[in-house]
Design a protein around this ligand. Structure first.
Ligand SMILES: [Zn+2]
Length: 75
């Protein structure tokens, strides 16, 4: 089981990045890590992470969510 805690953040201050933080594309439904080892994006290319440039590109910010994934133990 996993628990998703959606993050509220201010886009003016950039996107949240960190271990355990993931981005969800509402258009194609893909989930990608905010801090991948190499550049990657979602299927529809709404979200793309350029690791070399240290940049997150999001075309449509209204179709984008960020959440923190937490493992649920037991149960
Ligand atoms: Zn997408």
């Amino acid at each position: 089981m996993e628990e998703r805690r959606y993050l509220n953040f201010n886009l003016d201050h950039g996107y949240p990045v960190g271990k355990g933080i993931y981005y969800e594309c509402i258009i194609c439904g893909d989930v990608i890590p905010s801090h991948p080892e190499e550049g990657m994006g979602c299927s529809c290319r709404n979200i793309f992470i350029d690791v070399d440039a240290g940049r997150v590109s999001i075309k449509n910010e209204s179709q984008f969510k960020a959440f923190e994934k937490r493992e649920q133990k037991g149960g």
